[in-house]
Design a protein around this ligand. Structure first.
Ligand code: GLA
Length: 382
């Protein structure tokens, strides 16, 4: 395994263990997690593989096969971690959260290897956080990985690293999908109670594929707009006198109390939660191909009410549907990254052609395509 070779080269000696945490794609339930709502992501077959060995002196050494020449040595588990730059802030943040909350962890030598397609919005950062948390759990015998509740704690550690150390105010979806994913299943998650349930998702049995269309773009405004959407949702909830938009039970009444942006954001979040529940109902009933219409409705709502799409995502979705997809939508935070399309097996080439042609007509760089089936969540490999 090349991560083990790299470990030997970097540090001399053998790693204590190898861990893997996957990225995720979200089937439906977008911008609902930080509104205490519902999400339905699944772990993808790409992620972060990490070789690690503990250290008794509290030093953290980090290197990455994807960032050659940017190995970093961080002095100690307190102020030393603050020196982490760029990619290393994600694992450093995990050490910072774990040590800061009093978990009995020490330093470590770590080499990271990743194969999440770049810029695809498939949560390589959550994979890196969860892989680091899982490795520390294993190296220091915390036992969190052994139960679903413990795995949710590992996800929460990753999220706090991202919120409080990296400075991105994300919700829990990405880390939870990475920590709790199951092969062949999507993960239904109630982001308030953190109760989760694996939902069987066997697309092949229904002659279907989930095509991921990576637009390859990442619009600069993404991060500022994400924080702004959160704020808008919180403002709307406050005006409605509820804890979170999750608590809106009478949508028509709520909308009549709101105007402008707050009204539009509320409409998206409440209807998106309903769509997650509807998709689960259809999956349970074995009516997998029927979820297409809900994917389409989700996209329109994200485009028009939540305003987090962009031309590249809209064109991918529209062309996929023209090419015969059962449904399509942007996935993840928006402003770039990937769209997903639910496609009958014998239509996959046609959909790819349509999307490729639509991009070429506009003079845009060709998108890349992947098909993904739900993979297992974070685990120790050796
Ligand atoms: C990003 C965040 C998630 C979630 C999605 C939108 O991926 O990391 O927590 O909010 O955007 O659904």
């Amino acid at each position: 395994m090349r991560v083990v070779d790299a470990f030997r080269d970097a540090y001399d000696g053998e790693p204590t263990g190898i861990w893997h945490a996957p990225g995720r794609v979200n089937l439906i339930g977008e911008h609902t997690d930080y509104n205490d709502g519902f999400v339905l992501p699944f772990a993808v077959p790409w992620g972060v593989t990490l070789a690690a060995r503990p250290r008794t002196d509290g030093v953290v050494r980090l290197s990455s096969l994807q960032e050659p020449g940017d190995a970093q040595v961080l002095g100690d588990l307190g102020a030393g971690l603050e020196g982490a730059r760029g990619w290393a802030r994600y694992p450093a943040g995990v050490f910072w959260v774990m040590a800061g909350t009093g978990l009995p962890v020490g330093g470590a030598d770590i080499v990271v290897d990743g194969d999440v397609p770049r810029g695809a919005g498939l949560s390589s950062s959550a994979a890196l956080e969860v892989a680091t948390a899982l490795a520390l759990d294993g190296l220091y015998g915390l036992g969190l990985a052994e139960s679903d509740a413990g795995r949710m704690e590992l996800a929460g550690i990753g999220r706090r690293a991202e919120n409080d150390f990296v400075g991105m105010p994300c919700g829990i979806m990405d880390q939870a999908a990475s920590a709790l994913g199951r092969e062949g299943h999507a993960l239904f998650l109630d982001c308030r109670s953190l109760a989760s349930r694996p939902i069987p998702l066997d697309l092949a049995a229904h002659g279907l594929r989930l095509l991921i269309i990576n637009t390859g773009v990442h619009h600069e405004l993404a991060d500022g707009q994400y924080a702004r959407r959160r704020q808008e949702c919180e403002n709307a909830a406050k005006r409605l006198g509820v804890t979170a938009l999750r608590d809106v039970t009478d949508l028509a009444a709520a909308l009549s109390e709101l105007t402008g942006t707050e009204r539009a954001r509320t409409q998206h979040v409440v209807t998106e939660n309903h769509r997650v529940e509807a998709v689960i109902g259809l999956l349970r009933a074995g009516a997998v191909s029927e979820i297409g219409a809900l994917l389409n409705a989700s996209h329109l709502s994200l485009r028009d009410q939540f305003e987090v799409s962009c031309p590249e995502l809209d064109v991918a979705v529209e062309a996929a549907i023209r090419g015969g997809a059962r449904g399509a939508r942007m996935t993840g935070g928006g402003f770039g990254g990937s769209a997903i399309a639910l496609v009958a097996e014998d239509r996959v080439d046609q959909v790819r052609d349509q999307v490729g042609r639509a991009y070429a007509e506009r003079g845009w760089a060709a998108p890349t395509f992947f098909t993904a089936t739900p993979a297992a969540g974070a685990r120790r490999l050796a």
